[in-house]
Design a protein around this ligand. Sequence first.
Ligand SMILES: [Fe+2]
Ligand SMILES: [Fe+2]
Length: 178
Amino acid sequence: MLGEIISREHSYMVRLLVILDQKLNRLKQEQSINYLIVNDIVSYLQRHSELTHHPKEDLIYGYFIEHYGHEHKIENLALEHKQLSETTQEFADLLAMVLQDTVVPNDVFAQHLSHFIHQQKKHLDFEEREILPILKQNFTEQDWEAVEALWGSEDVDPLFGQNIEKEYQRLSEFMKTD
Ligand SMILES: [Fe+2]
Ligand SMILES: [Fe+2]
């Protein structure tokens, strides 16, 4: 069921956000961090979350509004996805600067990292706490089948799927040892 896939993907994102939180704590203690791991996480979120997770949710939310009427909390989410994507891009740009050896003070980076984690976490917590229960209460089995048919076949997850893509090997190895 798509609702379960959404929740599963949220749990993957939470795992990644926990890693980012650990990096943030290290920075606050003036310890060094591996920026490549941070970059791998942001790259995954830009690729997987933005290209398949959010569109899947947008489809489900759109279906809900069409069949069950206006729900203020749900209507705002498409805009939130857009804003989240902008925040992520801004953070990715800053990260690219760090990786290109541009001097970015630690506290400035930590501030942006903290904002990024907060925005991501706030959004997915809201969906888990407020939105998914609304969907689960209202959607019939036919609704879930309908959104699944609209979405089509399930996509491949390059990090948490059957095969870990080369690009995410480093992050995957890091998660095993962390
Ligand atoms: Fe979302
Ligand atoms: Fe989500």
